[in-house]
Design a protein around this ligand. Structure first.
Ligand code: 13P
Ligand code: SF4
Length: 300
C-alpha cells in the first residue's frame, strides 16, 4: 500500500475529512477532500459532518476550524506550522490599541491568533474583505489588524481610512515591482495576478489583485493562455491541474511560505494514526472569537 492509500484508509477508519490550503505541497493537495483559500476552508470547516478534521495549512487555520467545531477533533500534521504575520500582534497589543481608540470597531484578518479574533467585532479573509468592510459606514473609525497591505488595499478601494497595524507577510514582502516588470518582459501580454498581501507598489502594477480562491476562479474564466502568478508557489499546482490548456508562470521562484511546506504526507499519515497533534482553543477565547468569525460568514 502506498502512503496515499494508507491515508485514504486511515481517513475512512477515523471518519475524517482532510482540508488543504492552496499553498500546500501538491501531493498533500492531491489527497485532500477539499483544497481552497482561507474563506472556502472556513466555510467547509463550519459544515463538516466527519468526527475528525485534519487541517493541512498553518496554525491559525486549524484554530479557526477548532473554534467553529467545538465538539470535533481537529488535527494539524505539524503544529509548528505557524503564520509569522498572525504572530505580529498579540491580544495584549490589540487591547492597548483599542483603549487608545475607544469608539473604534476592531477588524482582524483571519491570519490572526484566536486571542486576537476574540478581541474583534468581525473577521475578514482576503476573499471577502471588500464585501465585509462595505458593511461599515464610510466614516466609521476602524482598527484593522494585522496586515497593513490587505488593510490599505481595501481602504483604497472603498476610499476609507483605517487605523492599520504594521503587520505583513514575509513571503509576499519578497515580491518587488522589478520582478513583475521582468516577468512581463519575458512573457509579453501575459496578465499578472497578485495577492492583496503584496506591498502597494506591486499591487498597483498588477492586472488582478485576488485571494488564492479568486485567482483559481479568474484563471478558469479568463481567455488568457499564459498567466503570471504573484503569490506563493504552491497554488501553481492547483492552477495547472484545473486548467490543462493554460500555462502558469510564477513571477518569482522563491515565493515559498516555509510553514505551508511543513506538512508532508508522512506527517499527515502519522497524525491520523496518533490522533495528534490536536488543536484546541479554550472556551473563554473560542466563544468570542467564534462570534467574529460567524459574523464574517453571515455577511459573505
Ligand atoms: P487566501 O485566503 O487568499 O488563501 O490567503 C491566505 C494566506 O495565508 C495568504 O498568504
Ligand atoms: Fe502567513 Fe504569508 Fe505564509 Fe500566508 S503565506 S501563511 S500570510 S506567512
Amino acid at each position: 500500500m502506498d502512503i496515499s492509500q494508507e491515508i485514504a484508509e486511515l481517513k475512512r477508519r477515523r471518519n475524517a475529512v482532510i482540508l488543504a490550503h492552496n499553498y500546500e505541497r501538491g501531493e498533500v493537495q492531491d489527497v485532500a477532500d477539499y483544497t481552497g483559500d482561507s474563506l472556502e476552508l472556513a466555510r467547509r470547516a463550519a459544515g463538516v459532518e466527519a468526527d475528525v478534521i485534519v487541517f493541512c495549512g498553518v496554525y491559525f487555520m486549524a484554530e479557526t476550524a477548532a473554534i467553529l467545531n467545538p465538539g470535533k477533533t481537529v488535527l494539524i500534521p505539524d503544529e509548528s506550522a505557524g503564520c509569522p504575520m498572525a504572530d505580529m500582534i498579540t491580544g495584549e497589543q490589540l487591547r492597548k490599541l483599542k483603549a487608545e481608540h475607544p469608539g473604534a470597531k476592531a477588524v482582524c484578518y483571519v491570519n490572526s491568533t484566536a486571542e486576537v479574533k476574540a478581541e474583534c467585532d468581525i473577521c475578514v479573509t482576503s476573499g471577502n474583505a471588500e464585501r465585509v468592510m462595505r458593511t461599515f459606514a464610510p466614516d466609521e473609525e476602524i482598527i484593522f489588524v494585522p496586515d497593513q497591505h490587505l488593510g490599505s488595499h481595501v481602504a483604497g478601494i472603498l476610499g476609507a481610512k483605517y487605523i492599520l497595524w504594521p503587520g505583513y507577510c514575509p513571503t509576499h514582502a519578497k515580491l518587488t515591482p522589478g520582478m513583475i516588470e521582468q516577468a512581463r518582459l519575458a512573457h509579453p501580454g501575459a496578465p499578472v495576478m497578485v495577492h492583496p498581501e503584496c506591498p502597494k507598489a506591486v499591487r498597483d502594477i498588477a492586472d488582478q489583485v485576488l485571494s488564492t480562491g479568486g485567482m483559481c476562479k479568474w484563471a478558469r474564466e479568463t481567455d488568457a493562455k499564459t498567466i503570471l502568478v504573484g503569490t506563493e508557489l504552491g497554488i501553481c499546482h492547483r492552477l495547472a491541474k484545473e486548467n490543462p490548456g493554460k500555462t502558469f508562470i510564477p513571477v518569482a521562484e522563491h515565493l515559498i511560505c516555509p510553514n505551508m511546506k511543513k506538512t508532508t504526507l508522512e506527517k499527515l499519515r502519522d497524525c491520523l494514526v496518533n490522533l495528534s497533534p490536536q488543536v484546541t482553543v479554550p472556551p473563554a477565547i473560542a466563544i468570542p472569537a467564534k462570534r467574529a468569525i460567524d459574523r464574517m460568514l453571515e455577511v459573505s
